[in-house]
Design a protein around this ligand. Sequence first.
Ligand SMILES: Nc1ncnc2c1ncn2[C@@H]1O[C@H](COP(=O)(O)OP(=O)(O)OP(=O)(O)O)[C@@H](O)[C@H]1O
Length: 561
Amino acid sequence: MLQDTNKRLQEYNTSLQQYNSNLQADVTKNGETITKLQKEKNTMVETMNGLKDHANSVKMQLDLAKSSQNEALKQKNELLKEVDNLRSELQQVREDRDHKLVEVHSLLAEIGTYKEMTGKSAVELDNVMTRSTALEEICSAQQERIKLLEVQLASTNEKLKRSDLTTIESMTEYEKQKRMSEDLQLRLEEAEQQIIDGEKLRKKLHNTILELKGNIRVFCRVRPLLSNESGAISYPKSGENLGHGIELTHNAQMYAFTFDKVFDQLASQEDVFIEISQLVQSALDGYKVCIFAYGQTGSGKTYTMMGKPEIHDQKGLIPRSLEQIFQTSQTLVSQGWKYNMQASMLEIYNETIRDLLANNRTSIQDGGISKYSIKHDTNGNTHVSDLTIVDVSSFNEVSSLLKRAAQSRSVGRTQMNEESSRSHCVFTLRIFGVNEGTDQQVEGVLNLIDLAGSERLNKSGATGDRLKETQAINKSLSCLSDVIFSIAKKDEHVPFRNSKLTYLLQPCLGGDSKTLMFVNLSPEVSSTGESICSLRFAARVNSCEIGIPRRQTQIRSLSQG
Ligand SMILES: Nc1ncnc2c1ncn2[C@@H]1O[C@H](COP(=O)(O)OP(=O)(O)OP(=O)(O)O)[C@@H](O)[C@H]1O
């Protein structure tokens, strides 16, 4: 063991020697290194000092930088504040801007509208400008005129002042005259009314006198001259025959006639009707009334009796009479009167009666029994067998009957009248009236007759059928003339039965009816001879006394209801 320990100690001493030598080498080496490091350290110290100086200068710079940084920070904060302020200002401005933008949009829209309007208005504006310029010119001209007028006005005012005084005096005078004039006007109106009333009374009394005398009344009517005709008729211009007289010159001789009334060519249909309206009225009171027109072909008989019903001014006596009858019967309803009316219409053509209201016109012979035979009853009423009798209650109903009849009437053409009536036409209206209050009954008849025209054969140029017609017409008119002469002479026997016409008219000519004849005349020179014949006949008719008209009236018996 000790050996091992010595061995190991030896080995240890060797290692230690080794180690010492290594250490010696290392110390040497480290000395060198330390020297080197010392050198390096010195260098580094130098460097470090340099660096220290540098650091100090950097520090100084840093301090400077810090203070300038602080300064900058301060400035930055201030700037930030300023930015904030500016931001909020900006925000405010933005909001303002947005608000303004909205306003701008609405203004733009408005501008658009105004632009449109302005576009239109521009033309108008131009026009207005032109007018305005023109007006300005006028204005300045007027201004001048105003100045002139003002001067005139001033002088006129002066004159006016002077004349005012005169006017006041005149006014007083005028008022006085006005009152007088009004007073006179009132008295004039009263006097006129008195004249109208007096005229009415005069007519009524005149009618009564004529009725009491029992004469057939005669009115004469002269138709106007046609364009190519020359006249031969004159009238008294004053005196008692004014309105009643008529004068004709023929072969250098003057023929004068007077009648109950003479209508010259200027008389209107209305003028003529006024004169007969009372007569028509009396048919409603229960009288038999007969109005007939006599005269040469083309003298105006049909115009007087029928006229042109569709033209107001030219309506003849028949439509006017019927209008009046229906109107008056309506007004009498308030006094308790109730009327029933029946119309019939016939014509006598070549001595044959024709029913103008029949729906289909048949022959005069029916199974051997004569149709349309005329009979008069004890009351003087005339009946024609088989004649169509139509109940009528209004003017319109009668009017359509008249139209129907006019179409059926025999109208032929002659050389003297474009539309000559070749037959006698008789319209009859029977009027039955009952007064519910007084039980009074009346029965009136209105006969309105348009006779065929009298004409001389050589003048009319008739041949064949026309000649036969003319002969028949002349025969019946000559029978009428015989009857009239006979009545005028107060013969015991009057030849009523010699013709259908005279027999039909018997109650009117020889009975108790109110009869009026129109004698119609053509005014031209070539008709003078014919006119004198007609006037002579009319004068004879006028002298006929046919008795006093009798009113058919009675009190309704209980059994009649
Ligand atoms: N007062 C008058 N005013 C205007 N025209 C009239 C008048 N009288 C007659 N006339 C005209 O004269 C013409 C003949 O008249 P109208 O036919 O009435 O005659 P008339 O006597 O009936 O003839 P006829 O016997 O041939 O039938 C018609 O054209 C008619 O219109």
